[in-house]
Each structure stands twice: as C-alpha cells, then as structure tokens.
Design a protein around this ligand. Structure first.
Ligand code: GLC
Length: 503
C-alpha cells in the first residue's frame, strides 16, 4: 500500500484498507487465465451465435492503406454527443472534415427509439442545410456511414439488428430492429437524399482510420465510456456465417467486432469485489457488460464512489460524513478520478478542491489522510482497469499470430478518454502486457491514438460499401469516388447544436 505508507492512519484502519486493496489485485497468473479464456471465447463466438462474446462479423473485408479517396457523410451515435461529419478522403493519408455536434438528451436515450432516429435524421438535415455541402449529382444520394457503438447482429455491411443497448441508452422498440433501416426510414420521411451505406462500430471505425493513417493495424480498441475492440480475422475461422452470406468469391478475411465489454458475464475469471457487485446490482443492465464494468469510464467513478461510501460508513473517511453529491448514484464522475490522479502535489490542493467544490464534502471533514485515501481509491480502481485491459490486447496478439515470424511493429489504434487522458493508464496496460506477451513483443506494440475513428472510419466504411456495390454492378470506380468531392477546402469546423431537432 505504497500510496498510504506516509499517512498517520492507525494500524486498524490501514489493515481495513489493505483488505480492500487486496480485492482489487489481479496477479499475473490470473491475468494469464483471463487471456486463455478470451481465446476460448473468441473461438466459440466465431463458431456460433449467442455465445459469451458476440464476435460480430462486420462484412468489412479490407483494411484501407491511405490511398482511398472520396467524400462521404458520417453520423456517430454512441458517445457523449451525436455527430454529423462530412469527410473528404484525399488519398494521401490526408483528410478534410467538417462536423457538427448535437446533444442527445436523456429523454432521447430512454424514450421511443423512433424519436431518437428522427432526431438523428433531423440533425443530418440541419447539417446539410447549414454547412457548405454541395448537393449530390442528379439521382445520386449522398453515401453515409453510421457509427453505431452498440452490439448489433450484422447481416450485411448496411444491415444490423440491435442486440441490446449499453452505456446508459435504453430507448424502447429498438432491440431486434435493423438500425440502418430505422435511420433510412427517418431520412426518407424527410425526403433527405442520403443513402445509409455502411454500419460501423466505433472500434471498427478506429481500426479503419488507424490503418488509413498508419498503413496497417492489428486492433482498433476503445477505452472510453465503454470498452471494446475490433480486429481482422481469417475468414475461414468465422464458421458461424450462413453459407450464401456472400455472393461470388469468399473474402480472405473479415473484421470482427468482438464486443469484449461482455467478457466474463458468467463471472468465471475476473476477481470481483463487493464494490463491483453493488455497481452491477444497481445498474440498468445487471449481469451484462461485466468486463466493461471493471474497465470503462462510465463505471470507474461509480466503483470509487462505492468504496468511499463504504469507508465513510466505517468512519475511516471524512470523519464519517458524506454529502448529497457523494450519495448520488453515478455522482462521482470518472473524469474527477483523472483530475485527482493528475494532482501530484504533496498537499493535494486539486484533490481538496474537487472534494469540496464538486463533491460537496465539508472542508472541515477533510484531513491529509482523507486526501491520501481518495487518491489511493482512484489508483487501485484505475490500476486494475489498465491491467485487465491488457488481457484483451494480449489475446488479440495471440489470436492473430501477428507477432510471429516477423519483426514488424504491431500497430494498435485506440481511442477513448481513459487511454487518451487518464494518467498512467497506458503505462499500466503496457506493464501487464509485458508480462503476458514478453518484453520484445510489448516493445514492438505501437499504441497510437486513432484519428477520429467514428468520423473518418465511417467514411472509409461507406467507401468500402460503395466499392462493393459498384463491383457487383460492374461499374468501375473512378478517382475521387463518393460524392461532392469538389468541396471547398478548409480546416475542420465543429459546432455544437444543443436543440437542433425536436426531441
Ligand atoms: C460498448 C458498446 C460497443 C462499443 C463500446 C465502446 O461496449 O457495446 O459497441 O464499441 O461501448 O464505445
């Protein structure tokens, strides 16, 4: 308990805290067991639907190499905001983008799905009418890639039924429905000439975008509000796809959206604490997204809050006083953990400020030991998350055999607030990765932030769909495919529209 060594906590309190810390410890042998379980679950999920891991075939069969060209629309739902982008792929690993953001209210997340999809269509309409987007050629619709960051049962590049919601969404009458059709219907009702061409998970977008800029990528992974990964699998291993899923020649490979957030829903391999159990029980999806609940930004703050309350109740923290904010479900945001861990000062001035100003704790109840305990709680929760994250990365390195027989770099494209901003998260992930795959492979693993996977990746997905469509029709792809490639050049433009469309 290094971070508590310099406190004046009495031995009984230290012992109490040590017992909590032990619950969050995952040793190397346990990490290896988790990786082995991942590999078994990959295989089961590729063979059959309805297994522990969805292993969704995405119908994306090629990775880009940076030469792709064209202009497409991208719509991104699944993070904090809804985003509409116009992406121009310039074909020399360069892009130009324009985008607008639209707020997705809780009412939309939890209301009727048709309202959510209407809102998405209204946002596209608003973007097209307020942005300098040239209309498509006569009779040609604009091609749109939808980044939809939830588990779907995908049956074509442009078809997929929602399996279930994650990350706090629960709009009714969406599960079991084709989300692309719902969006297309909403656009058609408004006579918006946009064709929903590709349905892309954010991890797939991340993989595609990183490949466009880096020339290759073994894994696209998100460590943000949720967590998940996508990789390129040998098509012969995707045995669950019905025969006839492809016309003509079978592809050599296919991108698989793992939906690894669902890993260990059966609770076999990840050691769990009472704080995880409380979080799960009180969540809107108990017993689902077990791995995600130990790792992602949506949940880490809540685990810390559970620990802090437990310590308050045992009179070890804040002299036994809580606050309204600390008592509120999801009242301690993961971003605060990040800010707390960024404060390296001895006295922890930022930590104190967060506790008093953001969490409403009475300044008088906060002593130096309390500051140390809060820091310690953030550290053990985020440290475990980083460790557990390494297991999925290691499992992909094993599954794809990408490190064997070569000395190449292994490019991993990542995105999400945890990996991008949380202090020490990537270091923690790397440290465990080293124990799992060995130092030389860990050193060759290049973890890089993917550039806007949800926007650029969706455009690349739409381009792939257009290429496949034209190939089927025997129409050659010209240079500068896609539409509106005569756009004015310019820097990315972002606007936030809080209430564009009627909710
Ligand atoms: C959740 C979603 C998944 C997404 C991930 C990251 O796990 O189910 O589709 O990729 O969050 O946003």
């Amino acid at each position: 308990m290094t971070s508590l060594a310099n406190t004046s906590l009495n031995p009984a309190a230290l012992d109490f805290l040590e017992r909590i810390e032990r619950q969050f410890h995952v040793d190397d042998a346990q990490l290896q067991i988790i990786v082995d379980q991942f590999l078994k679950d990959f295989e089961a999920g590729l063979n059959k639907n309805g297994q522990a891991l969805p292993m969704v075939p995405t119908y994306v069969t090629h990775l880009p190499d940076g030469t792709e060209k064209g202009t497409f629309l991208a719509l991104d739902l699944g993070g904090t905001n809804l985003r509409v982008c116009q992406v121009t792929l310039l074909g020399n690993q360069q892009v130009e983008m324009k985008q607008s953001k639209y707020r997705v209210s809780d009412a939309l997340k939890t209301g009727e799905a048709v309202d959510l999809f209407n809102y998405m269509a209204d946002s596209v309409d608003h973007f097209l009418t307020t942005t300098d987007v040239a209309p498509g050629a006569e009779d040609e619709d604009l091609y749109l890639g939808l980044t939809f960051s939830f588990p779907v049962d995908q049956t074509a590049i442009n078809k997929g039924k929602l399996i279930h919601w994650t990350k706090g969404f629960m709009a009714t009458n969406a599960i079991g429905h084709d989300v692309m059709q719902m969006l297309q219907d909403a656009l058609d009702r408004r006579h918006i000439h946009v064709k929903c061409a590709a349905l892309i998970n954010d991890t797939v977008g991340c993989l595609l975008s990183h490949a466009y800029f880096s020339g290759g990528c073994i894994l696209g992974a998100i460590f943000g509000t949720g967590t998940n990964g996508a990789y390129v699998e040998d098509f012969t291993k995707v045995t669950k796809l019905p025969k006839g899923a492809f016309e003509g020649t079978l592809p050599k490979s296919m991108v698989i959206n793992i939906e690894w957030g669902a890993f260990d829903n059966a609770r076999k391999v990840i050691p769990r604490t009472i704080f995880d159990n409380k979080l799960d029980r009180e969540s809107i999806n108990p017993r689902f997204q077990a791995y995600e609940k130990c790792i992602s930004g949506m949940y880490l703050g809540e685990i810390v809050r559970n620990i802090l309350l437990y310590l308050v109740d045992n009179s070890i923290l804040f002299s036994g006083y809580s606050s309204k904010q600390l008592n509120t479900h999801y009242g301690f945001d993961t971003e605060l953990m990040s800010n707390i861990e960024s404060d390296k000062s001895d006295e922890g001035r930022t930590v104190r400020e967060i506790l008093t100003e953001k969490m409403g704790i009475d300044d008088q109840s906060i002593g130096p030991n309390d500051i140390a305990i809060v820091r310690w709680a953030c550290k053990i929760v985020a440290g475990r998350a980083a460790k557990l994250s390494s297991c999925a990365v290691a499992a992909i390195i094993h599954e794809t055999h990408c490190a064997e027989g070569n000395e190449d770099f292994l490019d991993v494209g990542v995105d999400g607030s945890l990996i991008a901003f949380y202090p020490g998260f990537e270091d923690g992930l790397r440290e465990s990765l080293r124990t799992l795959v060995g130092e030389s492979i860990e050193k060759r693993t290049r973890i890089g932030l993917a550039k806007d996977g949800s926007g650029i990746g969706a455009a690349l997905g739409a381009l792939g769909a257009l290429k496949a469509e034209r190939a089927r029709a025997g129409v050659p792809m010209g240079d500068g495919v896609g539409l509106n490639h005569h756009l004015p050049k310019g820097l990315a433009m972002t606007e936030m529209h809080p209430e564009t469309a009627a909710a």
